[in-house]
Write a protein that binds this ligand. Structure first.
Ligand code: GLN
Length: 191
């Protein structure tokens, strides 16, 4: 099993470091050919307009959509969540549009660049996750097939739709491996 990490822009190296810690083989995905050899894909945080534009330029948007339709699990953090969303408030930027959610970018305001919080995360009843938010989006609408995994002050910040997982925060910037391990568990699961 090999996990792909979309490596066009953003904090993909942090995801690579996390997968290395867990001991999961991974490869960086920069072109369509790289996708063929991966069983799942992580879309990192970064600048969603830039990542979206580069994805479209290299034909990766079409290729990723096709793999998603065949059941490939995808996990998006922050900008990755924005790229997975069907709707992005006030923006026509390039996106994958695979999840039936609407997002609002930079939803915590420009004053608050970043902050951290301990949040309950539905799959882990025992211990909250340390959530690092950096100019993070929120989810403002969820479709009927979307499960809410985590909320912060009544705002939805983590969702799952089948094998698609998205968090507004960055577990790759903490030493908590559980969200990544949860994502890896989706690769084996039949949904
Ligand atoms: N605000 C960024 C965007 O809208 C996302 C920030 C992040 O990924 N940390 O693309």
């Amino acid at each position: 099993m090999t996990v792909g990490i979309l490596a066009l822009q953003g904090d993909f190296e942090k995801h690579a470091a996390m997968l290395e810690r867990i001991g999961t083989p991974y490869r960086e995905v920069r072109k369509v050919a790289d996708l063929a050899s991966v069983d799942a894909l992580i879309i990192p945080g970064g600048e969603s307009t830039t990542i979206g534009r580069l994805m479209a330029r290299y034909g990766l948007d079409v290729a990723i959509r096709e793999r998603a339709q065949q059941g490939m699990p995808i996990y998006g953090t922050c900008a990755g969540m924005i790229l997975l969303a069907k709707e992005i408030a006030g923006s026509s930027q390039e996106r994958l549009g695979l999840m039936d959610i609407a997002v609002i970018r930079n939803a915590f305001g420009s004053q608050i660049e970043s902050f951290e919080a301990d949040l309950p995360f539905k799959p882990f009843a025992d211990r909250p996750v340390r959530a690092v938010f950096i100019r993070a989006p929120i989810v403002s609408r969820v479709g009927v097939e979307v499960e809410i995994l985590s909320e912060f002050n009544g705002k939805v910040v983590a969702v799952q739709q089948g094998k698609l997982l998205a968090t507004a925060f960055h577990p790759e910037l903490t030493d908590d491996e559980r969200v990544h391990r949860y994502f890896l568990s989706l690769i084996e699961q039949r949904v």
